[in-house]
Ligand binder design. Structure first.
Ligand code: FES
Length: 185
Protein backbone atom coordinates (compact mmCIF):
# COMPACT_ATOMS: atom_id res chain seq x y z
CA UNK A 1 0.00 0.00 0.00
CA UNK A 2 1.53 3.34 -0.99
CA UNK A 3 1.10 6.47 1.12
CA UNK A 4 -0.60 9.23 -0.76
CA UNK A 5 0.22 12.83 0.02
CA UNK A 6 -2.76 15.16 0.14
CA UNK A 7 -1.80 18.68 -0.84
CA UNK A 8 -2.91 21.43 1.56
CA UNK A 9 -5.57 23.81 0.38
CA UNK A 10 -4.14 27.14 -0.77
CA UNK A 11 -3.87 29.60 2.14
CA UNK A 12 -4.29 26.89 4.77
CA UNK A 13 -1.50 26.39 7.32
CA UNK A 14 0.05 22.93 7.10
CA UNK A 15 -0.38 22.45 10.86
CA UNK A 16 -4.10 23.27 10.70
CA UNK A 17 -4.82 20.61 8.13
CA UNK A 18 -7.18 18.01 9.67
CA UNK A 19 -5.80 14.52 10.19
CA UNK A 20 -8.39 13.08 7.87
CA UNK A 21 -6.69 15.00 5.03
CA UNK A 22 -3.30 13.46 5.72
CA UNK A 23 -1.58 10.33 4.63
CA UNK A 24 -1.02 7.52 7.06
CA UNK A 25 2.68 8.45 7.41
CA UNK A 26 1.80 12.08 8.08
CA UNK A 27 -0.75 11.11 10.72
CA UNK A 28 1.89 8.93 12.36
CA UNK A 29 4.43 11.77 12.46
CA UNK A 30 1.80 14.08 14.01
CA UNK A 31 1.09 11.55 16.76
CA UNK A 32 4.80 10.87 17.38
CA UNK A 33 6.68 14.03 16.38
CA UNK A 34 10.21 12.73 16.89
CA UNK A 35 13.14 12.53 14.47
CA UNK A 36 14.25 9.08 15.58
CA UNK A 37 17.55 8.79 13.68
CA UNK A 38 18.88 12.16 14.81
CA UNK A 39 17.61 11.74 18.34
CA UNK A 40 19.34 8.40 18.69
CA UNK A 41 22.65 9.84 17.53
CA UNK A 42 22.43 12.78 19.90
CA UNK A 43 21.33 10.62 22.82
CA UNK A 44 24.23 8.22 22.35
CA UNK A 45 26.74 11.02 22.02
CA UNK A 46 25.40 12.75 25.11
CA UNK A 47 25.31 9.54 27.08
CA UNK A 48 28.92 8.81 26.15
CA UNK A 49 29.96 12.34 27.07
CA UNK A 50 28.24 12.12 30.45
CA UNK A 51 29.71 8.68 31.13
CA UNK A 52 33.24 9.94 30.40
CA UNK A 53 32.73 13.04 32.56
CA UNK A 54 31.25 11.01 35.42
CA UNK A 55 34.12 8.50 35.26
CA UNK A 56 36.67 11.30 35.27
CA UNK A 57 35.02 12.99 38.24
CA UNK A 58 34.83 9.71 40.14
CA UNK A 59 38.49 8.99 39.40
CA UNK A 60 39.56 12.44 40.58
CA UNK A 61 37.43 12.22 43.75
CA UNK A 62 38.88 8.80 44.58
CA UNK A 63 42.40 10.19 44.19
CA UNK A 64 41.66 13.13 46.46
CA UNK A 65 40.09 10.92 49.14
CA UNK A 66 42.97 8.43 48.95
CA UNK A 67 45.48 11.27 49.25
CA UNK A 68 43.70 12.77 52.23
CA UNK A 69 43.33 9.47 54.04
CA UNK A 70 47.00 8.73 53.38
CA UNK A 71 48.02 12.02 54.98
CA UNK A 72 45.54 11.80 57.84
CA UNK A 73 46.26 8.21 58.81
CA UNK A 74 50.04 8.19 58.67
CA UNK A 75 50.31 9.13 62.33
CA UNK A 76 47.87 8.49 65.13
CA UNK A 77 47.83 9.12 68.85
CA UNK A 78 49.16 11.53 71.41
CA UNK A 79 51.87 11.37 74.02
CA UNK A 80 51.05 8.77 76.63
CA UNK A 81 53.06 7.31 79.53
CA UNK A 82 53.53 3.58 79.03
CA UNK A 83 55.59 2.18 81.90
CA UNK A 84 58.69 2.80 84.00
CA UNK A 85 61.73 1.78 81.97
CA UNK A 86 63.13 -0.19 84.94
CA UNK A 87 60.05 -2.40 84.93
CA UNK A 88 60.95 -3.80 81.50
CA UNK A 89 64.47 -5.26 81.73
CA UNK A 90 66.38 -6.27 78.60
CA UNK A 91 64.83 -9.31 76.92
CA UNK A 92 61.36 -8.70 78.35
CA UNK A 93 58.10 -7.44 76.88
CA UNK A 94 55.21 -5.29 78.03
CA UNK A 95 51.75 -5.27 76.43
CA UNK A 96 49.78 -2.05 76.59
CA UNK A 97 46.98 -0.14 74.83
CA UNK A 98 47.82 2.60 72.32
CA UNK A 99 46.75 4.92 70.69
CA UNK A 100 43.28 4.13 72.07
CA UNK A 101 42.13 1.81 74.82
CA UNK A 102 41.03 -0.64 72.11
CA UNK A 103 44.40 -0.80 70.34
CA UNK A 104 46.70 -3.58 71.44
CA UNK A 105 50.42 -2.64 71.41
CA UNK A 106 53.71 -4.31 72.32
CA UNK A 107 56.79 -2.78 73.95
CA UNK A 108 60.00 -4.80 73.63
CA UNK A 109 63.28 -4.21 75.36
CA UNK A 110 65.75 -5.77 72.95
CA UNK A 111 69.13 -6.50 74.58
CA UNK A 112 71.06 -5.13 71.60
CA UNK A 113 68.66 -2.49 70.30
CA UNK A 114 66.92 -0.93 73.28
CA UNK A 115 63.22 -0.16 73.48
CA UNK A 116 60.98 -0.60 70.44
CA UNK A 117 57.21 -0.75 70.22
CA UNK A 118 54.67 -1.78 67.60
CA UNK A 119 50.98 -2.05 67.12
CA UNK A 120 49.92 -5.53 68.17
CA UNK A 121 47.35 -5.72 65.39
CA UNK A 122 48.43 -7.94 62.50
CA UNK A 123 48.39 -6.16 59.15
CA UNK A 124 46.82 -9.21 57.51
CA UNK A 125 43.44 -9.69 59.20
CA UNK A 126 43.99 -7.87 62.51
CA UNK A 127 44.67 -10.83 64.80
CA UNK A 128 46.67 -10.11 67.95
CA UNK A 129 50.43 -10.39 67.49
CA UNK A 130 52.50 -11.65 70.43
CA UNK A 131 56.15 -11.97 71.38
CA UNK A 132 57.46 -15.51 70.97
CA UNK A 133 60.50 -15.61 73.22
CA UNK A 134 61.70 -19.03 72.08
CA UNK A 135 61.83 -17.86 68.45
CA UNK A 136 62.83 -14.30 69.22
CA UNK A 137 60.10 -13.06 66.86
CA UNK A 138 56.74 -11.33 66.84
CA UNK A 139 54.21 -13.90 65.71
CA UNK A 140 50.61 -13.82 64.55
CA UNK A 141 48.97 -17.16 65.36
CA UNK A 142 46.09 -16.85 62.88
CA UNK A 143 48.00 -17.58 59.65
CA UNK A 144 51.60 -17.85 60.84
CA UNK A 145 52.54 -14.26 60.14
CA UNK A 146 56.02 -13.46 61.46
CA UNK A 147 57.50 -9.99 62.08
CA UNK A 148 61.04 -8.82 62.77
CA UNK A 149 61.24 -7.47 66.36
CA UNK A 150 63.93 -4.95 65.38
CA UNK A 151 61.98 -3.33 62.56
CA UNK A 152 58.44 -4.72 62.52
CA UNK A 153 59.00 -5.85 58.90
CA UNK A 154 57.27 -9.00 57.66
CA UNK A 155 59.53 -12.07 57.76
CA UNK A 156 56.98 -14.72 56.77
CA UNK A 157 53.30 -15.37 56.15
CA UNK A 158 50.57 -13.36 54.46
CA UNK A 159 50.76 -9.92 56.18
CA UNK A 160 51.11 -7.33 53.39
CA UNK A 161 52.76 -4.59 55.44
CA UNK A 162 55.06 -4.17 58.42
CA UNK A 163 53.53 -3.57 61.83
CA UNK A 164 52.82 0.09 62.55
CA UNK A 165 55.66 1.39 64.68
CA UNK A 166 55.07 3.32 67.87
CA UNK A 167 57.54 6.14 68.37
CA UNK A 168 58.92 6.22 71.89
CA UNK A 169 60.67 8.64 74.15
CA UNK A 170 62.10 8.26 77.63
CA UNK A 171 61.97 10.93 80.27
CA UNK A 172 62.55 10.74 84.01
CA UNK A 173 62.78 6.96 83.85
CA UNK A 174 59.40 6.60 82.12
CA UNK A 175 58.78 5.29 78.61
CA UNK A 176 56.31 7.40 76.60
CA UNK A 177 54.47 6.51 73.40
CA UNK A 178 54.50 9.56 71.10
CA UNK A 179 52.64 8.39 68.00
CA UNK A 180 51.75 5.32 66.01
CA UNK A 181 53.24 5.51 62.52
CA UNK A 182 51.60 3.52 59.75
CA UNK A 183 54.03 2.22 57.15
CA UNK A 184 53.88 0.75 53.68
CA UNK A 185 50.37 2.06 52.85
S1 FES B 1 45.81 -12.28 60.66
FE1 FES B 1 47.92 -12.33 61.05
S2 FES B 1 48.71 -13.63 59.59
FE2 FES B 1 46.60 -13.54 59.12
Amino acid sequence: MTAERVEPIAGQDERDRPLSNRTRAERWSVAFPFGWDADELVARRNLLRWAVMASGALFAATGVIAGLSFRLERRRGERQAVIAAAAVPPGSVHYFAYPTADDHAILLHLPDAGFVAYSGKCTHLSCAVYWNEARGQLVCPCHEGVFDPRTGEVLAGPPPRPLPQIELSEMGGTIYAEAEVLRGL
